[in-house]
Design a protein around this ligand. Sequence first.
Ligand SMILES: *[C@@H]1O[C@H](CO)[C@@H](O)[C@H](O)[C@H]1NC(C)=O
Ligand SMILES: *[C@@H]1O[C@H](CO)[C@@H](O)[C@H](O)[C@H]1NC(C)=O
Ligand SMILES: *[C@@H]1O[C@H](CO)[C@@H](O)[C@H](O)[C@H]1NC(C)=O
Length: 368
Amino acid sequence: MDQDVKSMGATSSNPREKHEALGEDSLPQPVQQRNVLQEKQKGLFYRFYLRLCEVAIVLSIVLSAISIFSEREESSLQRLRGHFSCSKAGQDYKITYIAIPGFFKQDKSSADPDKIGPAPDRFGLIDHHKHYWTNFDKKIQKLNKKSDSDTSYKVLFLGRHGEGFHNVGMDYYGQDEWDRKWGRKNGNGTITWGPDAQLTDRGVAQAERVHSLWQKELTRGGGIPLPTAFFVSPLIRALHTFQITFAGIVDDPEPLIIENLRDSYGLRTADLRHNKTWIREQYPTYRFEDGFTEQDELWMKDERETDEHTEKRVRGVLDKILTIEDTYLAIVAHSKVVEATFNITKHQDFDVPTGGMAVDVSAPNPSR
Ligand SMILES: *[C@@H]1O[C@H](CO)[C@@H](O)[C@H](O)[C@H]1NC(C)=O
Ligand SMILES: *[C@@H]1O[C@H](CO)[C@@H](O)[C@H](O)[C@H]1NC(C)=O
Ligand SMILES: *[C@@H]1O[C@H](CO)[C@@H](O)[C@H](O)[C@H]1NC(C)=O
């Protein structure tokens, strides 16, 4: 079993170095080589850049939109982006997020996950008038129409994977024993949770419940607005949950697999991912973000990633995906990723249960 872990090539001889290498800037760095496309685009964007620092958000909308929908162009544009670090008064330009409360039960300070459950009717939307989804969509459109050019409102469907074998193991042994001993192993002889924990039957049923909810809400309240951009963690429990959730809801959702949407990593074998070839074989229609490595290069055998680090990398993902044009987006990932997203968008704390989905209405807004 240990052999398995090794063959996935994820152990690092110097975990700390890898950990730090990810650091501030896990986004691709600028490179020296240039091609024609890059030069052309550079000229174009450079003019924008020189004109007004304030357009940075618009710029990143353009760049991100292209980077999501065209893999080939992404790399040069991503590199290009590295050349622009917009700053004013010596400070870095940063996007801030603010969650807009009042739409969903989950964003009330009194929200109780046990009472609300993982997949409440209307996904927790408070409005229950006849055309509740139509009303909701109108409100979001109105917010976007009224907002200044620097601000846009996004609706993020945030899914947590269904129960995995590691969840069962951790409940059984308790977190201390899990991190001290059991979580480091691949299983206990009865069940297997590593590498890359799979969904249990209960986890599959949980994902099916969210799928049914989507189906139901499509025919109710005027019809739930469907996401038009999809993102998923590369871990199998999230990929599988995604597949079940959106089967038949959206034709070929072709989600983008993003490394930094993965669960907190290190120590626990459940969080060590499969290689890219294997993932591609299992999910042939899913796309990979540019630069997705064949082997898991982040997982560390003896060290667990900190929450601060998770938050930093999730922020990097949000900065990219919340600045594309789409208003309705869906992510299927992990509790830590949902938690980090809530922290970053200053959303009310809400512990989304396994196999749950919550909606975060947020406005990315650049600030200095
Ligand atoms: C392994 O763990 C499962 C639950 O996680 C438990 O039901 C089972 O008894 C354990 N097996 C052994 C051999 O301890
Ligand atoms: C990818 O993983 C699979 C299954 O774990 C393994 O059989 C295969 O050899 C691996 N391929 C590479 C290129 O690492
Ligand atoms: C989210 O914020 C809470 C409270 O500040 C903190 O304890 C937790 O570590 C943060 N989690 C993540 C994943 O950033």
